[in-house]
Design a binder for this molecule. Structure first.
Ligand code: ZN
Length: 359
């Protein structure tokens, strides 16, 4: 009897010791055992969720790649970071996949360099949605966990990293200063640059009525030049390949200054179910105006969303975030919340939810 009690005591002591060691491991990792219990990401190796994106400053390529890596570290099960190709200057064009669901949708920012607020917007969206999920909270009433188990959101936050670099860091920061110096300036400053670093406007490059797309410049320029042919630029080729290799249910391309939603072209408007319904949902949430179907291919041709609609007959949106302010300069990023986030914070969840309705 005494021997049996002694053995039991020894076993109990061993178990208590193991428990306290496990607690110590969690405390060393910066967590308490209670905190880890209800949080989906917090195994022994995980780090405490925290916000990583600071959108209240000019949002550089380096900030974006650093934040993408931190998000992947923090939310490894639900975030995957890779590259879809290289820009003209050789930067990796980052792709962030958020979610584990079978259905896919695509969001892309910064076709246009000076509109880099669309990049900080998309990164802030991933940051805020994932934080809500990881802390067991709803995001503005939406259940992010449930959505991300059904869909995977492919986000290309900054398609034109070389152009964004020029806008934020100036002409001396580019690889070929002389080449850029020789390009036509259609605005006064490099902070107003819109094209890629070859002087080609990436949203006038896609093979969708490219031949008849009207233009006001026929040489490499700060904006508007559609290139010598469609799909000559590596950023556009990478986007096309991404779309061709994935069965996206919908795509949305984000620009700045307009607070409007383009959802249809005359040629494909009748072919694509659901696009109008989704545009209405987006408009209701954001207050942005819905534009009528674009009628003239000479005007709407060669844009990403126009090509996406034509090539796949799936909903493709061009969403112009932020109010027009009568200038071509980037906004004051310190005003990020009132410029964009307060109105547009739910666009991602609405697109996820509506994508589930598309067959
Ligand atoms: Zn734009």
């Amino acid at each position: 009897m005494k021997k049996a009690m002694a053995v039991t005591l020894i076993i109990l002591c061993f178990l208590l010791g193991a428990c306290s060691r496990a607690n110590n491991d969690l405390q060393e990792a910066g967590q308490t055992p209670q905190q880890s219990a209800g949080l989906p990401f917090l195994g022994e190796q995980a780090v405490q969720p925290e916000y990583v994106v600071d959108p209240y400053q000019p949002y550089t390529y380096e900030m974006m790649t650093r934040d993408a890596a931190r998000l992947e570290d923090m939310y490894d099960d639900y975030i995957d970071v890779s590259s879809i190709g290289n820009s003209v200057e050789g930067r990796d064009i980052t792709l962030i996949k958020m979610g584990i669901g079978e259905k896919k949708l695509l969001l892309v920012g910064s076709h246009h360099a000076r509109e880099y607020i669309s990049s900080s917007y998309l990164m802030n969206m991933i940051d805020k949605y994932m934080y809500a999920f990881a802390t067991g909270a709803m995001f503005d009433g939406y259940d992010i966990e449930s959505l991300l188990n059904k869909v995977t959101v492919y986000v290309v936050p900054m398609l034109n990293p070389d152009g964004v670099n020029l806008v934020i860091n100036g002409k001396d920061s580019v690889s070929d200063v002389e080449a850029v110096s020789n390009m036509v300036m259609l605005q006064e400053t490099y902070a107003e640059w819109k094209a890629n670093i070859n002087g080609v406007d990436l949203n006038r490059q896609y093979p969708c009525y490219w031949e008849i797309k009207a233009s006001s410049t026929f040489v490499p320029s700060s904006e508007m030049y559609k290139g010598e042919d469609s799909a000559t630029e590596p950023e556009v080729v990478a986007m096309m390949r991404l779309c061709q290799n994935n069965d996206f249910l919908l795509a949305a391309s984000f620009h700045a200054k307009g607070e409007i939603i383009y959802w249809a072209d005359s040629g494909t408007a009748g072919l694509i179910d659901d696009a109008q319904m989704i545009a209405q949902d987006l408009s209701l949430s954001t207050g942005y105006d819905i534009m009528p179907p674009s009628e003239d291919p000479a005007v709407y041709g060669a844009g990403f969303e126009n090509w996406f609609r034509l090539a796949f007959e799936k909903p493709g949106f061009c969403i112009e975030l932020t109010p027009s302010d009568g200038t071509s300069l980037p906004h004051d990023d310190a005003e990020f919340d009132s410029l964009v986030w307060e109105k547009a914070n739910d666009i991602g969840v609405i697109l996820m939810q509506d994508a589930l309705l598309i067959e």
